[in-house]
Design a protein around this ligand. Structure first.
Ligand code: FES
Length: 104
């Protein structure tokens, strides 16, 4: 597998980008079908969306669903791993904070 993006007009399999839009903390972010929610955010230049208990900012660490560093609330469901969740048009992502939870 090549790490390089194949332009849609040169893709031998005929794949073409199908755009989608997600909303992350109230901001519309464009992506394409086939991306995970984490890759949509990373491609938009956003690499942190969770606050750890010690106040540290988190985003993708392992990228394969093991570390849970990338969790956020998606469509009202908390603790969704964005590196594993395929992006769907209209998804709403809200950043999470462990600091807030430890105060409860
Ligand atoms: S980055 Fe490790 S579970 Fe998502």
């Amino acid at each position: 597998m090549s790490p390089y993006l194949i332009p849609a007009d040169r893709d031998r399999l005929g794949r073409s980008d199908r755009p989608l839009t997600v909303v992350a903390d109230g901001v519309s972010v464009p992506g394409v079908h086939g991306q995970t929610l984490a890759t949509v955010l990373l491609a938009a230049g956003r690499d942190q969306w969770r606050t750890a208990r010690d106040g540290g900012r988190r985003g993708v660490f392992c990228g394969i669903g093991v570390c849970f560093d990338c969790v956020a609330t998606v469509n009202g469901v908390p603790d969704v791993r964005l590196c594993r969740r395929p992006a769907r048009d209209g998804d709403t992502i809200i950043s999470q904070s462990r600091a807030e939870r430890s105060e409860r």
